[in-house]
Design a protein around this ligand. Structure first.
Ligand SMILES: Cc1cc2nc3c(=O)[nH]c(=O)nc-3n(C[C@H](O)[C@H](O)[C@H](O)COP(=O)(O)OP(=O)(O)OC[C@H]3O[C@@H](n4cnc5c(N)ncnc54)[C@H](O)[C@@H]3O)c2cc1C
Length: 415
C-alpha cells in the first residue's frame, strides 16, 4: 500500500510545470490544467520528434490505409501556442531530481520546475530474432510509417505473419486483410486473450477470426525469424517453417520507467503513486506509466492500466487536484475498447482472468453479448461484444460497489 501524499499547495501563476512524455496523458493534462485556469509556465518534453498524437487509430484506420497518419494528431502548432506551451521534442528525459524538481535531458540540458508530471507511457515489447528490425512493432507513428513502406512493396494476397493474437495483433490482422494481404496470426497461448479475458470469454471471442477468414494459429512456439533475399521465414520449434512477406510482433508493452531509476521514487512495474497520482508532493505520474492506488469495487489496490480512457481520466483528475486542492470524488471506472476482426469489444472495470463470468444478454451465435465478471459476489467488470449501449447502461454497476445478485435483479443493460 502507498500512503496518501500530502499536497503542499495548489498551482499558482509563478509555477513551472514540466510534463515529461508528449503522448496522450501528457497532452490531455496540459489541456485540462489550462481549462481549469492555470496561468503559469508549462514545458512539454517528448522523446519522439512529433507533436502529441493518438495511438489507437494506428493499428486500425492508419494501418488499413483508411487514414493518413497525420489524422491522428492530438495537438497542432496552433493548439500548442494557444496553450502557451514550450516544447522540447526529440529529446528524452534521462533523470529526475525529486528534491529540486529538476528534469535532466539527454542533450545535457536541465529543466528547473516547480512541478513535474511523468507521462512517459510504455513502448512495444520486442522479441530477439535473427531478422532484427525486420520484425516490426506497432506503437509509434514512425513504426507505422516504416511498416507501411514494407507492406507497399508486397504483392496482392501476400502472407504477413502477426506474432501475438491479443488486441493489437487482432487489429493488425484485420487492417492487413483490408489492405488485400493475407495475415496469419501466431499465438503462443492455447487461445488468444485467455490471460486477459479469462478462459470463458476468450473462448467466445476466438471464433471471430474464422468468421472473417483470418488464419489464427494457437500454441505457436517460434524459434527464430530469419531474413532471406525474397522475404522472411519463421522457424517454429516443432521444425516447421512459414514463409511470409513481412512480420509484425504485437506481444505487449513495456513501461517506460527506467529513466527514473536514480530518482528515489518507488518504481515497481511503473511509478507507484497514490490515489491522486502523486509520487511526491510536487511530482505526479499519469497514464500507462502510473501504478496507481485505485479504489476498486473490492477496495484499494495498486494497478497499472494501459487504456486510452484511463490516461484521459488521470489527466483530468490531476489537473483538478493541483488547481483546486480538492480531489474529484467519482470512482475511476477503467474503460477499454478494441476492434476484433470487424467486431467491437468493450470492457468496463478491471476484472481478473480468474473472476467468475456470467453472460447476461445476447449469445455467441448472434455475435452480440454482454457478460458480468464478479469476485466474492461483487461485480468487477462488464464486457460486451457489439452491445455499446447496454455496456454504458451497465456502468453504474461499477460506479458504486454492486453485489452480483443486485445486478442480476436490476438488469441495467436491458433498459
Ligand atoms: C497501436 C495501439 C492501439 C491502441 N488501441 C487502443 C484501444 O483501442 N483502446 C484503448 O483503450 N487503448 C488503446 N491503446 C492504448 C493507448 O493508446 C494507451 O493507453 C495510451 O497511449 C497511453 O497514453 P500515455 O500518454 O500514458 O503513453 P504513450 O501514448 O506511450 O505516450 C508516452 C510518450 O512519452 C514519450 N517518452 C517515453 N520515454 C520518454 C522520456 N524518457 N523522455 C521523454 N519522453 C518520453 C514516448 O515517446 C511517448 O510519446 C492502443 C495503443 C497502441 C500502441
Amino acid at each position: 500500500m502507498v500512503g496518501k501524499i500530502q499536497l503542499m499547495r495548489t498551482l499558482t501563476p509563478s509555477d513551472h510545470v514540466v510534463v515529461v512524455g508528449a503522448g496522450l496523458a501528457g497532452w490531455r493534462f496540459i489541456e485540462a490544467v489550462r481549462r481549469d485556469g492555470y496561468l503559469g509556465a508549462i514545458t512539454l518534453v517528448g522523446e519522439e520528434p512529433h507533436l502529441p498524437y493518438d495511438r489507437p487509430p494506428l493499428s486500425k484506420q492508419v494501418l488499413s490505409g483508411k487514414w493518413d497518419v497525420e489524422k491522428t494528431s492530438l495537438a497542432t502548432s496552433e493548439l500548442v501556442s494557444q496553450h502557451e506551451v514550450s516544447l522540447r521534442l526529440g529529446v528524452a528525459a534521462t533523470a529526475l531530481d525529486v528534491a529540486t524538481t529538476t528534469v535532466h535531458l539527454a542533450d545535457g540540458d536541465m529543466l528547473g520546475a516547480t512541478h513535474v508530471v511523468i507521462a512517459t507511457g510504455s513502448r512495444a515489447r520486442t522479441m530477439k530474432f535473427s531478422a532484427g528490425d525486420l520484425v516490426h512493432t506497432l506503437r509509434t507513428r514512425d513504426d507505422v510509417r516504416s511498416l507501411d513502406t514494407v507492406l507497399s512493396t508486397l504483392r496482392d494476397a501476400e502472407r504477413v505473419a502477426v506474432i501475438g493474437g491479443g488486441f493489437i495483433g487482432a487489429e493488425a490482422a484485420t487492417a492487413l486483410q483490408a489492405r488485400g494481404l493475407v495475415p496469419i496470426v501466431l499465438e503462443a497461448a492455447p487461445r488468444p486473450l485467455i490471460n486477459i479475458l479469462g478462459a470463458e470469454v476468450s473462448s467466445w471471442v476466438e471464433g471471430l477470426s474464422a468468421r472473417v477468414g483470418i488464419d489464427l494459429r494457437n500454441d505457436q512456439n517460434i524459434a527464430d525469424v530469419v531474413a532471406l533475399d525474397d522475404g522472411l521465414v519463421i522457424l517454429m520449434r516443432d521444425g516447421s517453417s512459414l514463409s511470409v512477406g513481412a512480420v509484425i510482433a504485437g506481444v505487449g508493452a513495456q513501461v517506460n520507467d527506467e529513466w527514473l531509476a536514480t530518482s528515489g521514487l518507488t518504481i515497481d512495474n511503473g511509478v507507484v503513486v497514490d490515489e491522486n497520482l502523486l509520487a511526491a508532493p510536487r511530482v505526479a505520474a499519469l497514464g500507462d506509466v502510473a501504478r496507481f492506488m485505485w479504489n476498486g469495487p473490492l477496495g484499494r489496490e495498486l494497478v497499472r492500466i494501459e487504456h486510452w480512457q484511463v490516461a484521459n481520466d488521470h489527466a483530468a483528475h490531476l489537473a483538478r487536484y493541483w488547481i483546486s486542492g480538492v480531489a474529484p470524488e467519482a470512482r475511476l471506472v477503467p474503460y477499454f475498447w478494441s476492434d476484433q476482426y470487424g467486431k467491437k469489444i468493450q470492457m468496463l472495470g478491471h476484472p481478473r482472468a480468474d473472476d467468475e463470468v456470467v453472460m447476461v444478454a445476447g449469445s455467441i451465435d448472434e455475435e452480440k453479448w454482454l457478460a458480468l465478471y464478479s469476485r466474492e459476489g461483487v461485480v468487477t467488470g462488464v464486457v460486451a461484444l457489439s452491445q455499446p449501449r447496454a455496456l454504458m447502461l451497465s456502468k453504474r454497476l461499477l460506479d458504486e460497489t454492486t453485489a452480483l445478485e443486485v445486478a442480476l435483479a436490476e438488469e441495467p443493460w436491458a433498459r
